[in-house]
Structures are given as structure tokens and as C-alpha cells.
Design a protein around this ligand. Structure first.
Ligand code: MRU
Length: 377
């Protein structure tokens, strides 16, 4: 994606020092574009935990690079000591955020690949290559999600010539949530780049405001027309025919089609169902959990600090970034990070292999090799 005319990914190895991983500090957006260095697995875990980087795909890619940094840090006294350090590093990374399955998927992929190395030197090289592969694959899968999702937007555009296609999205399943393109935004960027008129309703997405801060910023960088709305507005827009389609992302999707996504997604899906607005979920296959059948009861839902609800930061008229208290100081707060939208409320899943219905049969038809995976009955 472009930032002031320059192409960026969200994570990369420093050009003149490949033992440094570079990321964009998403806590500073949209007011400041700051690139940050990561050199240890501990710093990588902290960056995932405090949401310096966030979003399912990017969390996975960052964990992949975190395992590479762990391989650089690990003791070289014996293969046993080296692999023990890596296993502990993997556990440390996995513990940072429980809902997005891409995190565990990337750590396990690294561990499987590294263990196959012939010696320690080879294992470090494998860790670096695998981190690069995870990132490249994420970008490629999102590009392909864009191609498949484009057909949906094209079909709507044909039905209303000369008018923009209005798309509602929640949170940030954009370029910043992945390595490039995004999942929910990939079809939007593909349509915009082909000259199809689109307009995006951007849910602000309390409490961290990923929509208002991040989705709005990246759409603006690309020149995509958009309007930020408070989280409560979507239902009203749908009742008045002002939304043609909802496209959201996912942090974990069961092989039966239940979708965990940023808190509030479920309410948008209910409103969409009531108003016959198609509700699509865009995700790469790294976001499927092939072991879980019942999303509502089996997907772990992250609960985060009360401070995220009680306080908000923003830029003042003088240009400084200030934090303000929103609630009575003593009021207790609950901060659930995600909710589960049951498959029955989802029109379709847009994946890198095509669009399918959110059902076990259709998902496994697209991914037949997963029939053999434990958990799939
Ligand atoms: O808590 P976050 O910001 O890491 O949440 C992830 C998200 O941005 C959303 O839930 C998104 O829609 C899916 S991640 C591609």
C-alpha cells in the first residue's frame, strides 16, 4: 500500500541489517507514521500484546519474524538447548493474544520447519526463510482475496450504474491488519483501482477505534472515498438502503463457518440479516481453525484492560497527543475484544481460493486437504 506515495508492507527486515525486524507503530496512527525496530523475541511479544502491531494476518507474520529473532538469540551450545529456547519463545508469543489463530498457526509452522533443520546454522536460515514465506504468502493470499471479492462488487455496480457501491466494514481488516492489501479491504482496493465507484462506511470500532484511526487512514492514503461513522449507525444506514454490502475480516473462523471478529461484528450481522444486506467475511486460510466446530463456545475471547474503555487519546488543537478519562473514575468496565457471528448470519466467505458458503461442506470443498486434519469430522 502507498503511504504518501511510497509503497510499504507492514513488516520487513531492515535493508542494511537483516537481524532487525521493522514494523509500523500502529498506536501512533493516524497522527504520526513511525517505524520501529524489533531485535528480540521479548520486544516482539510486547509489540503484539500492546497492539503496536495488530490484526490477524500481521500478528501471524510478526510471530513468524519473532521466531526468527528467537533463533538469533537462542543458545548455540546444543540443538536441544536451541530448540528448548525456541519452544519457550513460541509459548511466550502465543500467550500474547488468544483469539487470532494466525498467531499460533505461524509459531507452529516455524517450529515444524526449524526442527527439520540439519544443524543450528541451517535452523537459523530456515527460521528466516519461513518468516519471509509467511509474510509473502499473507500478502499473496490477500491479493487473491481481492480478486475474488472484486466480482461481488462488480456485480453490485452493474445493478446501479453511475452510483457508488456502498460497503460497510468494521474494525481494520485492512492493509494494516495484514502484510499488504488487507482481507476485507482487498476487494475494495481492487474495485477502486479498476475505476469502479466505491464508498466505504467505516465503523469507528470502540474501544481501540481501529476503524476511525486505521481504516480511515489507509483508505485515505489510497484515495478511496469513505465516511467514518459511530458504531451505532450501521443499522440505521441498512434500514434506509444506504449499504449495499458488508465486508468484514476475521480473527478466527471455524471449519463450520462461525466467525470471530472484532467486538460489535455480530450486531452488524444481525442488522444486515434483518435488512437483506449481504454480509461477507474475507479471510486467508491461515485464519481458519480446523479443530473447532462450535465458534460460540470454543473460540477463546480476549478480554483486555479496562483502560482501553475508560480512556481515549487524540490530537489536541495545539498538535500534542493527550489522553482523557471518559468515565467516572471508579466505574467498573468490561472490555471484551471479540464476538462470534454464527455461520447462519454470514452470506459467504471470501478466501484466497474463492468464495464459499459458511458451511462445513463448502469450506472443506475449497480445502479438501483439511478433511484429514484432526477435529474435522
Ligand atoms: O484487536 P485487533 O485490532 O488485532 O483486531 C483484529 C481486527 O482488526 C479485526 O477483528 C479484523 O476485522 C480482523 S483481523 C484481520
Amino acid at each position: 500500500m502507498n503511504v504518501a506515495g511510497t509503497h510499504y508492507r507492514t513488516i520487513w527486515l531492515k535493508a542494511d541489517n537483516p537481524s532487525v525486524v521493522q514494523i509500523i507503530d500502529q498506536r501512533r496512527l493516524p497522527h504520526k507514521f513511525v517505524i520501529m525496530d524489533l531485535t528480540t523475541v521479548e520486544a516482539t511479544a510486547a509489540a503484539i500484546q500492546d497492539m503496536t502491531v495488530r490484526g490477524a494476518g500481521l500478528i501471524g507474520a510478526t510471530a513468524g519474524y519473532g521466531m526468527y529473532l528467537a533463533a538469533l538469540e537462542a543458545p548455540r551450545t546444543s540443538a536441544e538447548a536451541f530448540l528448548k529456547f525456541l519452544a519457550e519463545a513460541g509459548d511466550q508469543l502465543k500467550a500474547t493474544r488468544p483469539t487470532a489463530v494466525n498467531l499460533a498457526w505461524a509459531v507452529d509452522r516455524q517450529l515444524d520447519a526449524i526442527r527439520a533443520g540439519e544443524d543450528l546454522h541451517a535452523m537459523v536460515a530456515i527460521a528466516r526463510d519461513t518468516a519471509g514465506q509467511i509474510a509473502d504468502e499473507d500478502a499473496d493470499f490477500c491479493r487473491r482475496i481481492g480478486e475474488h471479492g472484486l466480482a461481488l462488487i462488480e456485480a453490485i455496480a452493474k445493478r446501479k450504474p453511475g452510483e457508488p457501491v456502498h460497503i460497510l466494514t468494521h474494525c481494520n481488516a485492512g492493509w494494516l491488519a495484514f502484510v499488504d492489501y488487507g482481507s476485507a479491504t482487498a476487494p475494495i482496493y481492487a474495485a477502486f483501482d479498476r475505476g469502479i465507484p466505491v464508498h466505504v462506511w467505516v465503523d469507528e470500532t470502540r474501544p481501540r477505534n481501529q476503524g476511525a484511526r486505521l481504516t480511515a487512514w489507509e483508505l485515505g492514503q489510497h484515495g478511496v472515498p469513505h465516511t467514518v461513522i459511530a458504531d451505532n449507525v450501521g443499522g440505521h444506514l441498512m434500514q434506509h438502503g444506504m449499504v449495499d454490502v458488508c465486508i468484514v475480516g476475521s480473527d478466527r473462523t471455524t471449519y463450520t463457518g462461525d466467525v470471530a471478529n472484532k467486538i460489535g461484528t455480530y450486531l452488524k450481522a444481525l442488522a444486515a440479516k434483518d435488512n437483506d444486506v449481504p454480509f461477507y467475511v474475507a479471510l486467508p486460510s491461515s485464519t481458519f481453525d480446523w479443530t473447532i466446530r462450535d465458534g460460540l463456545h470454543e473460540i477463546p475471547i480476549e478480554q483486555r484492560h479496562a483502560e482501553e474503555v475508560k480512556y481515549m487519546d487524540g490530537r489536541t488543537a495545539s498538535g500534542s497527543i493527550e489522553t482523557v478519562l471518559l468515565t467516572p473514575e471508579a466505574s467498573p468496565v468490561a472490555n471484551y475484544g471479540f464476538d462470534v457471528t454464527p455461520a447462519r448470519l454470514v452470506t459467504g466467505l471470501i478466501t484466497e481460493r474463492g468464495i464459499c458458503k459458511p458451511s462445513e461442506d463448502d469450506i472443506l470443498h475449497l480445502y479438501p486437504e483439511k478433511r484429514a486434519v484432526s477435529g474435522v469430522r
